[in-house]
Ligand binder design. Structure first.
Ligand code: NAI
Length: 544
């Protein structure tokens, strides 16, 4: 039994999502727990329940309905919810996370059903610890927190951003086995600047402009302190903050507590994994790469920095490496004379101003382009042809999410590069046949990184999350890609194997955590066994 949960009996037990087994309560349990008569008479198994959910889902004809059905299931029977997700993680990921979660966040106030997680409005300044203490679990290891300002590529969704921490934590469990009872989604509500939301009578968050500056920072400080006091073994993962908050928050806390930002570091790691795998196709060295980013926000600078650090581990100085990662923002190439934010400065180069992306490709001769601009279609035919002219196997990663924001489609990249692109995107694209060859586009989904990172941090009780851990993760992901995948252009492990891949990646990260003396538990002889033993497996046996 889960020690944190008070054992309920009778009808209340059927309303407790952590203990409820629904029709799977055995005859003996029904007798002992005052459930007789409260359920259809014949006990069933978890497998049968999973099949029943699949049947029910098949009757629903749109993804948002399926999302809602699954979140209701999570609210009534957590074991069954995870058994369903883990029966086909690749199939369920688009339903519980991107792209469906984007629509769910946009419609949050209209579709709100059941509360989950903790909401911290800035109106509760000074009371954060008290609010957090209302969460029933006292051992929390993983917190995903957002302030809802930059949800996916969709902008300020206010309190509706809560869909992201909820969905993301479901993937920590479904894709790497982080125990769900140790996970806590948090929404920090400092207001919204989205007028459509604050004018909507159904809006559920604070109707005030976003609080900025010192008051905002003090509220984040209060949150971090409360978490440290209540949950000293926890890791805080910052999610979908606007870049001008995301970067300073990460800088402020990364060396003080166990924390990371998935948009910055997870994205960076999965992009680096894609590059490591791409090098297996092109046969080139990492230090020979030059990457041109479209966009210079938190994803771009995060990826550029991690690639630079990985290049530095292979012999370049960090300064030389950063010069090989160039940023092209809304006003053109970032050069030393551009107006820019502090976190962009390391990547500004000495160069004449260039306002046209194709001209920048021709001038800088990148081996790859990565789109993190949130603007669709900017990798147009001229762009793809320009990079394909310079490279035999150009790396083309349109990473903006959701699909509607992708800088190009897989078909466009393969067609315009005449089948030579090494392609991966932020949102999924189906396999395509171009010039008679079938390609399976990879999705540079952070899901290859953050669940195993969470699992490794949890299993080792890591004190910190370092950039090196993300480089280790990237290498471990790339190692998982088989030659048969590379042959069809797939540079990430098949998502159908996500759990196996995650456990491998978590083991590699855990090894690094022990090596660097960052663990708070003794090192066992067998690391993969440590990870496997800690991994959550949905089963009713566990709860009774
Ligand atoms: P951000 O808002 O921090 O950055 C966007 C950047 O693009 C800004 O620097 C902006 O000035 C620039 N930009 C806007 N219009 C432009 C234009 N026309 N040309 C060039 N640059 C332009 O957002 P963030 O966090 O960097 O995310 C960017 C995108 O990357 C989002 O769509 C997000 O969903 C996606 N992303 C994908 C991930 C993945 O698939 N693994 C993970 C994280 C983010």
């Amino acid at each position: 039994m889960n020690v944190n949960v008070v054992v309920d009996k009778g009808y209340a037990l059927l309303r407790n999502p952590q203990l409820n087994k629904g029709s799977a309560f055995s005859d003996a349990e029904r007798h002992a727990l005052a459930l007789e008569g409260l359920l259809p008479p014949v006990p069933t198994t978890l497998d049968h329940q999973v099949s029943r959910i699949h049947v029910q889902l098949a009757t629903l004809d749109n993804d948002l309905q399926k999302y809602l059905f699954l979140s209701d299931l999570q609210a009534r029977n957590e074991t069954l919810y995870y058994a369903v997700l883990m029966s086909d993680p690749a199939g369920f990921m688009p339903l519980v996370y991107t792209p469906t979660v984007g629509e769910a966040c946009q419609k949050f106030d209209h579709i709100f059903h059941a509360a989950r997680g903790v909401y911290l409005p800035i109106s509760a300044k000074g009371q954060v610890k008290r609010l957090l203490s209302n969460w029933p679990q006292k051992d929390v290891r993983f917190i995903v927190v957002t302030d809802g300002e930059r949800i996916l590529g969709l902008g300020d969704l206010g309190v509706g951003g809560m869909g992201i921490p909820i969905g993301k934590l479901a993937l920590y469990t479904a894709c790497a086995g982080v125990p769900p009872e140790l996970c806590l989604p948090v929404m920090i509500d400092v207001g919204t600047n989205n007028a459509a939301l604050s004018d909507d009578p159904l809006y559920l968050g604070l109707r005030q402009p976003r609080v900025r500056g010192e008051q905002y920072e003090a509220f984040i400080d209060e949150f971090v302190e409360a978490v440290q006091e209540l949950y000293p073994k926890s890791c805080i993962q910052w999610e979908d903050f606007a870049n001008f908050n995301a970067v300073p928050i990460l800088e402020k806390y990364r060396d003080r507590i166990c924390t990371y930002n998935d948009d910055i570091q997870g994205t960076a790691s999965v992009a680096l994994a894609g590059i490591y795998a791409a090098l297996r196709i092109s046969g080139q060295k990492l230090t020979d790469q030059r990457v041109l980013f479209l966009g210079a926000g938190s994803a771009a600078t995060g990826i550029a920095e991690l690639i630079s650090q990985a290049m530095a581990m292979e012999g370049l100085t960090l300064e030389q490496a950063r010069k090989r990662n160039n940023l092209f923002d809304i006003n053109g190439l970032l050069t030393s004379s551009s107006k820019m934010m502090e976190f962009q400065k390391p990547f500004a180069i000495e160069h004449e101003p260039l306002g046209d992306f194709v001209a920048a490709i021709k001038a800088l001769k990148p081996t790859g382009i990565i789109g993190v601009s949130t603007v669709p279609k900017l990798f147009n035919q001229k762009v793809i042809e320009a990079i394909s002219e310079i490279n035999d196997r150009p790396i083309i990663f349109p990473y903006s999410n959701p699909t509607s924001r992708s800088e190009c489609t897989a078909e466009e990249a393969y067609a315009w590069s005449k089948g030579r692109a090494i392609f991966a995107s932020g949102s999924p694209f189906p396999p395509v046949t171009v010039g008679g060859k079938r390609f399976v586009p990879g999705q540079g989904n952070n899901v290859y990184i953050f669940p195993p990172m969470g699992m490794a941090v949890y299993a080792t009780e890591a004190r910190r999350v370092t950039d090196q851990m993300f480089i280790v993760a990237a290498k471990a992901v790339a190692e998982q890609v088989g030659q048969e995948s590379l042959d069809v252009g797939l540079i990430y492990p098949p998502q159908s194997r996500i759990l196996t891949a995650s456990l491998h990646v978590a083991t590699a990260i855990a090894g690094h955590i022990f090596e660097r003396g960052l663990a708070r538990v003794p090192r066992p002889d067998d690391l993969s066994r440590l990870i496997a033993e800690k991994a959550y497996v949905p089963s009713y046996g566990r709860n009774c």
